[in-house]
Design a binder for this molecule. Structure first.
Ligand code: NAD
Ligand code: GLY
Length: 364
């Protein structure tokens, strides 16, 4: 078991990671003074079928437990679903004190956190991440949001959970594609923290096995990295947290170009990591040797999109102006500077971006 504290003053919270850590839920809620609040679990049908009954048993001191099921997939991070969830919550609430429980991957976590942030100007919520991606990244740090058709996460907030409980046992039912999806964010963390990257490289043939003891070490390392970055720059305003957006400028544009279907978030990020590393090499920042190391790890772990559908580069590029990192009309991109470091580049020539995306698409 690992316990990591995210030190954010009054908004500090713990991340608990391990096998069977979910059994401590009730005690932890009591310590957080949430025993008298009524839990409303937001999840989807797939996760409810797998863990709904199991979860009911974990809420030992709560007599009433309500569930809200949202659609499976990125479609749940929409204006319409957000509104439907809010309407259902109003009908449950009726003057009782409620708190929200995000039981799911990044989609459920981002949506639930955003509902918690805006309902009654903020109610408590907890994260119970059930995907690898959510355990290493999205469940931590309080970035919560829904999408607009122009781009991802365009309506959102910074709103921290009361606790994150990452039950490793949940990962046993994750399809392999979703494990690879999580590894895109893990590789991103590895590029920021070189030691993690070397660990992944050295274990590339066995690293996808969620039952391996190395999995706890990897999830813990990513959570520690993210917690440390969030502590320094909670509101992404100091050009520190921006590092966690590595691969995301082109990755998000890819997801938008595919209309959030056919490719997963992690697959978009894998392609984004390759394209942004190629850009970095083309403008003389990243060495050829380190570029090859990044591409080889992503290719070997099969993190790239599995669809072979041809996509127009112009389509991907058309979403780039909506990226939240841009400032005063100027593009801003995070690129790897080495294994263990990133750099912010501004005002890049569009031709370099386009040719790098084209080169990256060759790996599909
Ligand atoms: P997801 O939430 O769509 O989950 C992936 C799939 O796995 C879904 O079909 C889900 O039903 C299924 N699933 C979940 N848990 C399962 C389990 N234990 N067993 C079997 N199936 C299970 O996708 P994701 O990759 O977890 O999250 C992607 C989202 O996270 C994107 O919207 C992305 O923008 C967001 N994100 C947010 C942050 C942040 O900081 N807030 C960071 C990274 C990504
Ligand atoms: N996933 C990017 C961030 O949390 O800042």
């Amino acid at each position: 078991m690992a316990k990591i504290n995210v030190n954010l003053g009054l908004c500090s919270y713990d991340i608990i990671i391990g096998e069977n850590v979910i059994s401590s839920l009730s005690n932890r809620l009591e310590k957080l003074h949430l025993s008298k609040y009524q839990p409303v679990v937001v999840t989807n049908e797939v996760i409810y079928k797998l863990y709904g009954n199991f979860l009911k048993k974990q809420f030992k001191s709560h007599s009433q437990l309500s569930f809200i099921k949202v659609p499976d997939s990125e479609k749940a991070k929409s204006w319409q679903v957000l509104f439907n969830v809010l309407k259902t919550i109003v009908s449950f609430d009726k003057g009782k004190n409620i708190f929200l429980v995000a039981l799911g991957g990044g989609v459920v976590g981002d949506l639930t956190g955003f509902v918690a942030a805006i309902y009654k100007r903020g109610i408590p919520y907890i994260q119970l991440p059930t995907t690898l991606l959510a355990q290493v990244d999205s469940g931590i740090g309080g970035k919560v949001a829904v999408d607009l058709s122009w781009g991802k996460n365009l309506i959102g907030a910074f709103y921290q959970p009361k606790i994150v409980i990452s039950e490793i046992g949940f990962l046993n039912t994750l399809p392999t594609r979703e494990i690879r999806n999580g590894f895109s964010e893990i590789i991103k963390c590895g590029i920021i923290d070189g030691e993690l990257f070397s660990l992944l490289e050295a274990n590339r043939s066995s690293i996808l096995d969620v039952s391996s003891p190395k999995m706890l070490k990897i999830i813990k390392k990513c959570a520690q990295l993210k917690a440390a970055i969030v502590e320094k720059d909670e509101f992404d305003s100091k050009d520190i947290r921006i590092a966690l957006n590595l691969g995301h400028t082109i990755g998000h544009a890819m997801e938008s170009a595919f209309k959030y279907a056919m490719i997963t978030h992690g697959e978009g990020i894998a392609l984004g990591l390759i394209a942004e590393s190629i850009i970095s090499n083309k403008i003389g920042i990243l060495s050829r040797k380190n570029l090859d190391r990044i591409i080889s790890l992503i290719v070997d772990l099969k993190c790239l999109p599995i669809v072979r559908k041809t996509i127009k580069i112009a389509d991907i590029v058309s979403y780039l102006p909506y990226d939240k990192k841009n400032k005063f009309g100027q593009s801003r991109l995070v690129v790897p500077s080495k294994i263990g470091g990133v750099k912010i580049v501004t005002g890049l020539d569009e031709k370099i971006i386009e040719s790098s995306i084209k080169d990256a698409l060759e790996y599909l």
